[in-house]
Design a protein around this ligand. Structure first.
Ligand SMILES: Cc1cc2nc3c(=O)[nH]c(=O)nc-3n(C[C@H](O)[C@H](O)[C@H](O)COP(=O)(O)O)c2cc1C
Length: 212
């Protein structure tokens, strides 16, 4: 077992109160955001955008959309994870063009990849497609949580907000996006008594089964 990783994951908890005077360095923030950008996605569609909310007025509006959760204004940084809503129309072509440019190939050489994407998308109802795309943003959320924790940056994932309100505040529908979750980043406030609570998790044997 790599004790550094396990120590960091035991150290982290869903922070309730951040010390608003402490800021995450640009370097650490960039590393955390890179781990979202580099997250894997199904068939590599990367149908997401991660919004770092720097505007204090918008943070205040988001806090009220998040049922008053103080971390939305108290944390050093708030990242809103969004999913693309124009997947059926655009995402297959974007993926193929991105790959072709990256691999110095013609788009026509990637017809197999294009067919895989088209089939995966065509085979899903609008509801299933939206759920598929949203679920992938959680991989990026998890990777940012782990990276932040390894850097000793406190964090709290958040779904406790009104998605429609957040979409309206950030004008997300104009950008073919919808909000899925948020990640608060910063440093725990000493007044946050949650930090002292023991971690509540099912035991290893209950959730990990080796199938021999
Ligand atoms: C997707 C997701 C959404 C969450 N939303 C919130 C939230 O809105 N507010 C909050 O205080 N905690 C939120 N949490 C934190 C969980 O309640 C917390 O991770 C869980 O109770 C386990 O506690 P621990 O992370 O402190 O070990 C969320 C966690 C996840 C994974």
């Amino acid at each position: 077992m790599n004790t550094d990783v396990t120590t960091a994951l035991n150290w982290r908890y869903a922070v309730k109160e951040f010390d608003s005077s402490k800021k995450v360095s640009e370097e650490d923030l960039h590393t955390i955001l890179e781990s979202a950008r580099l997250a894997p996605s199904s068939i590599g569609i990367e149908a997401w955008r991660f919004l770092v909310i720097e505007n204090p007025e918008i943070r205040t509006q988001l806090r009220s959309a998040a049922f008053g959760q103080s971390k939305v204004t108290g944390a050093s940084h708030i990242v809103v994870l969004t999913a693309r809503t124009d997947v059926r129309e655009n995402i297959a072509n974007e993926r193929v063009e991105r790959t072709a440019a990256n691999q110095h190939q013609e788009v026509s050489e990637l017809s197999g990849l294009k067919a895989t994407l088209d089939n995966a998308i065509a085979g899903k109802s609008d509801e299933a497609l939206a759920a598929w795309v949203k679920s992938q943003t959680y991989i990026a959320l998890g990777m940012m949580i782990e990276t932040a924790s390894l850097l000793n940056v406190d964090n709290c994932p958040m779904e406790g907000f009104d998605n429609a309100q957040v979409d309206a505040i950030l004008k997300l529908s104009d950008q073919n996006l919808t909000s899925v979750s948020m990640l608060a980043l910063g440093y725990r406030d000493p007044s946050d008594r949650t930090a002292a609570l023991p971690k509540t998790r099912r035991c290893f044997e209950e959730v990990i089964h080796f199938v021999k």
